[in-house]
Structures are given as C-alpha cells and as structure tokens.
Design a binder for this molecule. Sequence first.
Ligand code: G3P
Length: 222
Amino acid sequence: MGLPFIVLNYKTYLQGTGQGAVEIAKACKAVSEDSGIEIAVAPQLPDIYRVASEVELPVFSQHLDGIGAGSFTGHVFGKSIKDAGAVGTLINHSEKRLTLAEIEASLKAAKKFGLRSVICTNNVPTTAAAAALGPDYVAIEPPELIGSGIPVSKADPEVVSGSVEAVAKINSQVKVLCGAGISKGEDLRAALDLGSQGVLLASGIVKAADPKAALEDLIRLV
Ligand code: G3P
C-alpha cells in the first residue's frame, strides 16, 4: 500500500482560527514535504482563502451544500469555496449531520466543481451507504470516540475493518479513512493495519502545544 492520506479538520478550535489556521497549515506543509505524505487541512470556511493563499497544500472545506447559484442565503456554494482555493470538502459529520438526500446533493455539487470529497460516517451501514454514492473517500468516525483521545483504531477496530470490507464490496474505487481519537504514531499505524488508507483527525493535532511535533509523532510508524 502507498503512503496514507491525512486530513486535519480544524473544527472551530480557537487554535485553528484566523492566523492560527495558517500557522497549523504551515506545520502540515513542512511535515508533508519532509515525509512525502499528503496532508490536507480543513479550516473554517472564512479561513479557506487565507490558508490557501498563504500555504501551498490541499485545503478542504468543512462543509458544502448541494445548491447552485441563486437564492440560497447562508448556504455554502461549491464555486465559492473552489474560487477561495479549496480542492476538496468534507460532507456530513457527526457534528454537522445531513440527510442521505443532502449528502447525495452535496456530493453532486462537489463533483460538479471538481472538488475531492470525503463523506464522514458513523458506523458500518452508513459507511456502506456513503460508498454507494461514489465519493473519493469515506471516513468512519464513531461519534462517542470523537475528541476523546481514545483512538478508534484501538478501541473499535471492527468498525474500521468492517467499513473497509463493506466498501470493497460496494465500490472498490472509494478509499476508506478512519477517525476519532487518533493522535499518536501507533494510532495511525493500527488504522493502516486495519486496511484504512489514512485518517481524518482534529484535536490531537490542532490543540497540541506544538502541532508540528504532534504531526511528526503521528507519522513516525508509517
Ligand atoms: O473530523 C475529525 C474528527 O471528528 C475526529 O476528531 O478530535 O477525535 O481527532 P478528533
């Protein structure tokens, strides 16, 4: 298997807001360049332009609505995030739940604007459903482990391996990430050994005193 894909979700953590979003992206870029591992960041929407303008690395949106140009006050429009510099988007999240119809519409919008897509899911059946829609990635994250510091790859290995198996049967083009509580090198190693192709993570890096050192620890067993 090739090198993993790492997506860092900044959520609304203070450390990843405004100029902090840029500083963490710079740390990601440095570690990515040293290791050859692709690291993408998902800052808050108003920080996409700032991060993408100042740091050369893949920037994802945390959300995208399945709408077009027109009368859609408060929605996130694919062209807007693309023009701001995003190359991809998260779709759905345990902290930003969408209906299946909304997920499908968001994915369609992502494809229309050439954005890479990561659909987040919470268990094996929803992962299978998401894979059937044909995103680039699904990211399985049991909600009870999110932000817990307890890694999904150790606390619930079956949900990762079960997702990998389910996705392989439904659409082998879709890659599987996992997330929740991932922060250390052994957490990422265990995730890869379970068949995932990378991780989606947040607090362990964004809230770390030294995000660059935390990233270096994360990738040390790859
Ligand atoms: O989207 C990533 C996320 O929900 C996992 O959060 O803080 O457990 O790495 P965390």
